[in-house]
Design a protein around this ligand. Structure first.
Ligand code: ZN
Length: 359
């Protein structure tokens, strides 16, 4: 069974202070685990496991007003992070700097229509859509603006999807955010540029709250667009291929702002998980030479280098075909994915390791 996380905004009137207090209690448990593990490390060179920490924190939930499962969830998360980053000491959770976080497991909460009951208190949330299945676990989380959300991790039955038989290569860019190999273009306005003036004046006036509000707005708009675009793509196409575009090089150029505004990474992550959920084939391929290669004759005759980024259309010098830069790249990306599949089917046709394996 697949799992999906659903997020709902809690109503502001619904026990914010209570949650903040619970959040502080969670911080205490986290910091206690942190200290104890560091102490243990100092003379035994050994990390404390979640099992050890469970024993050390047993019964503390009652004192702090937390459900015992919450204490366990915090400790589990702590132990997991410690193992993952291989560190004996993790960051300190402070009242001022850390955003509130109260995890829970299914037994600790009761969910009904638009309310969730935790630790004897009922919190109300804006119920925007029904949950697909049983709640497994979840958390209450605060954002930078002091708003609280509840996350439910639920069992998620695979939705039905009718195959369309369409394939698309996707070229991620700056001007049009995504150009498909069949000529469809997906774009939105540059949000950084749109809010630039407002943001700058708020920053100059040192209005901190306004600054966080603007940042949150930009983030939400970007996310909203990404969701709509990726849903459309996964509904319309059976095969989606994306180039492994890397923003790190472009971030050093004049286009840095546009690159970070584009948010390619988020777009790809969303596309990948939605594709998995719906059974759509999603592939990321090496996109080097996809812009300079002519899709008609495979000659590398296109515009090269960062300077040529302004060139939107070009004519191939060897076969004379006129290309739209992005669409040509998208076609090449789709083609290279097909090549990879073909190479797997007929390994003998290609030089390299595959040939050796065939002998
Ligand atoms: Zn050509």
């Amino acid at each position: 069974m697949k799992l999906a996380t659903y997020r709902f905004r809690l109503k502001d009137s619904s026990g914010r202070n209570r949650l903040r207090k619970l959040g502080f209690a969670v911080n205490d448990i986290w910091n206690y685990s942190n200290e104890t593990t560091a102490y243990q490390w100092s003379f035994r060179r050994q990390l404390l496991s979640a099992f050890d920490l469970h024993k050390l924190t047993a019964g503390v939930g009652k004192e702090l007003g937390l459900h015992s499962q919450t204490v366990q969830a915090v400790v589990d998360e702590y132990a997991k992070c410690g193992k993952q980053f291989k560190r004996s000491k993790l960051h300190w959770r402070s009242r001022k700097r850390s955003l509130g976080w109260v995890p829970f497991k299914a037994v600790g909460v009761k969910v009904e229509a638009d309310t969730v009951t935790y630790g004897g208190h009922t919190f109300r949330f804006w119920n925007t859509r029904p949950l697909p299945g049983k709640v497994r676990c979840g958390s209450f989380c605060e954002d930078a603006q002091g708003r609280w959300y509840v996350h439910f991790v639920c069992e998620d039955p695979t939705p039905e999807r009718v195959p369309t038989g369409k394939e698309a290569g996707i070229d991620l860019g700056l001007k049009t955010l995504a150009t498909l190999s069949d000529g469809v273009e997906l774009s939105r306005e540059n949000l950084t540029r749109k809010f630039e003036v407002k943001l700058a004046s708020a920053q100059r006036a040192r209005k901190k709250k306004q600054v966080t509000r603007i940042h949150a707005k930009i983030k939400n708009k970007r996310k909203d667009w990404n969701h709509k675009a990726t849903t459309r793509l996964t509904n319309e196409y059976d095969v989606l291929v994306v180039g492994n575009v890397s923003p790190s090089k472009l971030k050093k150029t004049k286009m840095a702002k546009s690159v970070s505004d584009a948010g390619w990474a988020d777009f790809k992550t969303m596309l990948a998980y939605k594709a998995i959920r719906l059974g759509v084939v999603y592939k990321e391929v090496n996109e080097s030479f996809s812009t300079v290669t002519c899709a008609a004759c495979s000659e590398r005759s296109g515009p090269r280098g960062l300077r040529a980024l302004g060139v939107r259309t070009w004519r191939c010098s060897s076969c004379g075909t006129c290309h739209d830069r992005d669409r040509n790249a998208a076609v090449n990306i789709l083609r290279s994915a097909r090549d990879i599949v073909r190479r797997r089917e007929f390994p003998c046709l290609y030089a390299g390791e595959d040939v050796k394996a065939c002998k």
